[in-house]
Design a protein around this ligand. Structure first.
Ligand SMILES: Nc1ncnc2c1ncn2[C@@H]1O[C@H](COP(=O)(O)OP(=O)(O)OP(=O)(O)O)[C@@H](O)[C@H]1O
Ligand SMILES: [Mg+2]
Length: 250
């Protein structure tokens, strides 16, 4: 995948005061978290990136790709789509099976329809509730949809930038989903309050009152804490599975 740099140029907060962070550059393969209290502007920042804002949103921010304003073709041609979003729900309207949908998506992107199988396989590593090729899209749970969407973005879509807003209760293996996407060389920007996701990111951008107030680079100590959280998380996952299987915790 083509390497690129995403630049966010500061604008203003809700009171019209300039962002403390004047500019942040994010590179391919990097995971950046966006943190901050409710109403602090996290989703608005994601929306700025999604729309390639050029001073035309309430924040007045500008989004640059490789240091330049993306041209109109980059912004509108779906085949050149730079940004994919793992949203809260998929809004599947089509009356199709999982496999039909994925084959169609692959074809529309000029790719081998057989990739559908790989997407389903990958989705099943991200969710505990198996997704089968013949399932109609409309019966998928939130967790299954998101796992499928994540795997689809990793395998079929070429979008080099992935935006994720609130994956918390997604019902999918969150850190594996992020590793997968970043491992494909994508830029991953994730809104999260989850310590595990925040600390597996290389940096976190702190939002307050609509403004970008600071950037924290994950410290060595935080990285050690992340390793601890990962161990606790896999222990909990194991316990959950034992309980789900109707067994006794030994
Ligand atoms: N820089 C800004 N300038 C003007 N308005 C803003 C700015 N940033 C955010 N807002 C407005 O503030 C409100 C809350 O912002 P937003 O929804 O982005 O917060 P959030 O951090 O995503 O909150 P939550 O955690 O509840 O999802 C929205 O109405 C949004 O339009
Ligand atoms: Mg939000």
């Amino acid at each position: 995948m083509k390497e690129l740099t995403l630049t966010i140029r500061g604008g203003v907060d809700k009171d019209g005061r300039p962002d403390h962070i004047k500019e942040i550059e994010i590179h391919s393969g990097e995971i950046v978290a966006i943190v901050g209290p409710t109403g602090s502007g996290k989703s608005s920042l994601i929306a700025d990136i999604e729309q390639f804002a050029q001073g035309d949103t309430p924040s007045g921010r500008r989004i640059l790709i490789d240091g330049r304003e993306p041209d109109l073709q980059m912004r509108s041609d779906p085949r050149k789509k730079l940004v994919a979003q793992v949203s809260q729900n998929m809004h599947f309207l089509a009356d199709m099976s999982v496999e039909e949908f994925l084959r169609m998506h692959a074809k529309s992107r000029g790719k081998d329809p057989a990739l559908a199988g790989r997407v389903i396989e990958l989705a099943n590593t991200l969710t505990g509730e198996p997704v089968r090729p013949d399932y109609p899209l409309t019966i998928l749970s939130g967790g299954q949809s998101r796992a499928l969407m994540t795997a689809d973005i990793a395998v079929i879509s070429d979008s080099p930038i992935v935006l994720i807003d609130e994956i918390e209760n997604a019902g999918i293996k969150k850190q594996e989903a992020l590793h997968l996407l970043a491992g494909e060389g994508k830029i991953v920007v994730v809104v999260t309050h989850d310590p595990m996701l925040a600390l597996m990111s290389s940096r976190r951008l702190v939002m307050k009152n609509g403004g970008m107030t600071k950037v924290i680079s994950t410290t060595a100590e935080e990285h050690r804490v992340f390793k601890d959280i990962e161990r606790v998380d896999s222990w909990l996952t194991g316990l959950r599975e034992t309980i789900r299987q109707g067994e006794v915790v030994a």
